[in-house]
Design a protein around this ligand. Structure first.
Ligand code: SF4
Length: 298
């Protein structure tokens, strides 16, 4: 990660509008972004810019305005999106994006609450929150950017690092089994489960739009290049080379059983929409079972 020291313009809607007009006034996506926060901190070749842009296009495809969504992120390179989006966003502590977002989703069921975070944040320190929010079918839209390592802190092994992959903490190759995220999400109760890579930007936009308009706990995994933390030790080349790898090694298989979607080092990557089902949400069960019973008894 490259760190650029520069003055940060304090966020204020009027100032931001003026800056947008002066600096970027002609770009239609500026209403979703805070140009005063740009340039971003992400490395050249990182996939996070692609994911951020697909999220904006997913909002547009879903017909959602900025006051109809909220974005909650955790710590890490992905967590920085909360600072770049010009809407209600919350950059929470490590692993705690889901509990924060759960409270928000329960109080504001009218919002499409998105949790936008990385694999380390969501599945290591935040793993327990993930499985229980999925089990409860909380109305959350989880967008997990998986780059197979902890990029921001120096490229350490994460719960998604494939066996044999090299990281700064596994210089002789990782010897731990990794999570199959779509299977974990499905087994925990997610009603919508998909995986795409940053190469599949159009599919990803559609998936984001579908998840934003679907009730319940939805999960999208986005495989994304991290040429610095993961690509370099594994000799994957530049970020563009990782995109070429996705193009040549992805198998689009909609409807695949998520347990078949394991990812290995330099192996085939199964992508697609795996699960799209319905079951009562936490809010619905609470309203039907608890509130109605309480009203009857009083
Ligand atoms: Fe850099 Fe990797 Fe973080 Fe992207 S995910 S900003 S490439 S360290």
């Amino acid at each position: 990660m490259r760190i650029r020291y520069q003055p940060i313009v304090p966020y204020d809607p009027q100032t931001t509008c003026r800056i947008k007009e002066e600096q970027h006034g002609l770009h239609p996506d500026d209403i979703y972004l805070k140009p005063g926060r740009i340039p971003h901190i992400w490395c050249p070749g990182c996939g996070l810019g692609v994911v951020l842009h697909t999220y904006i296009n997913g909002l547009k495809m879903a017909g959602l305005q900025v006051d109809q969504v909220a974005v909650v992120s955790g710590i890490g390179c992905t967590g920085r999106v909360a600072g770049y989006l010009d809407m209600d966003t919350y950059h929470t502590t490590h692993g705690r994006a889901i509990p924060f977002a759960t409270g928000l989703a329960l109080v504001r069921p009218d919002l499409a609450v998105t949790v936008f975070s990385g694999d380390g944040d969501l599945f290591a320190i935040g793993g327990n929150h993930f499985i229980h929010a999925a089990r409860r079918n909380i109305n959350l839209k989880i967008l997990c950017v998986n780059n197979f390592n902890y990029g921001m802190t120096g490229g350490q092994a994460a719960p998604t690092t494939p066996v044999a992959a090299r990281t700064t903490t596994t210089p002789y190759g990782n010897f731990e089994h990794s999570f199959n995220l779509p299977f974990l999400a499905y087994a925990s109760g997610a009603v919508y489960v998909a995986r795409w890579t940053t190469f599949h930007a159009r599919h990803l936009v559609t998936a984001i739009a579908e998840s934003l308009t679907k009730k319940g706990f939805t999960f999208i995994e986005v495989i994304s290049p991290c040429p610095i933390g993961y690509g370099r030790p594994n000799k994957l080349g530049s970020g563009l080379d990782e995109m070429k790898f996705y193009r040549e090694n992805s198998l689009v298989q909609n409807g695949t059983d998520p347990r078949e979607a394991d990812i290995g080092l330099k192996g085939k990557i199964i992508v697609g929409k795996f699960i799209d089902q319905s079951r009562p949400t936490f809010d619905e069960l609470y309203t039907e079972n608890i509130l109605s019973k309480f009203k009857r008894e009083n």
